[in-house]
Design a protein around this ligand. Structure first.
Ligand code: HEC
Length: 149
């Protein structure tokens, strides 16, 4: 196939997938994982919700040190994942995880050193864009080892 034909085919394919309703079909990129890899990441994810609860609670109590304390354990997601999974993660997934990591570190540092609630709120909003950005793009698919890429 010529490059042009490939480009046209890709274009048709991408507009086709866009035409499908997101509620009828999951168009996100599948990352192939083992059952235990999936469990481990989802455990980390549910922990994120607990941490977000603690962050909001501390913020509502104007406890900026508490915000920093709640933020810190969220950083380092990639470091907590098994090396075998890390190697297979798509570059974009890794970049989003790294971006979120940076945002968390800045947030914890600013909460401690600047104690500006409004700044923390806006950083919290920025943080959520990493959560939804990754969820909008990727999903997990449990696949037998011989089929995993
Ligand atoms: C770099 C990618 C990435 C980032 C960043 C990310 N997640 Fe996730 N998260 C995932 C994937 C992938 C799944 C599984 C989705 C699927 O298979 O449908 C998931 C699932 C979840 C789940 C479902 C857990 C379960 O037990 O089913 C929760 C809750 C969640 N994420 C919370 C968060 C929160 C809160 C943030 C931000 C603070 C966040 N995630 C950031 C990738 C990410």
């Amino acid at each position: 196939m010529s490059r042009r034909a490939i480009a046209i085919a890709l274009l048709c394919f991408s507009s086709l997938t866009q035409a499908e309703s997101p509620t009828a079909k999951d168009n996100r990129n599948a990352i192939q994982v083992s059952p235990s890899e999936r469990n481990q990441v989802l455990f980390e994810m549910r922990d994120f919700l607990h941490d977000l609860f603690n962050m909001h609670n501390a913020l509502a109590n104007k406890d900026m040190q508490g915000v920093a304390t709640a933020t810190k354990p969220m950083a380092g997601l990639l470091d907590r994942l098994p090396a075998k999974l890390r190697e297979r993660l798509p570059e974009e997934f890794t970049q989003m995880a790294l971006g979120m990591n940076e945002a968390l570190k800045v947030m914890a540092r600013d909460a401690e050193t600047r104690g500006d609630m409004s700044l923390t709120e806006s950083q919290m909003a920025e943080l959520m864009t990493y959560c939804s950005g990754c969820h909008d793009t990727f999903r997990f698919e449990v696949t037998p080892a011989r089929l995993r890429r």
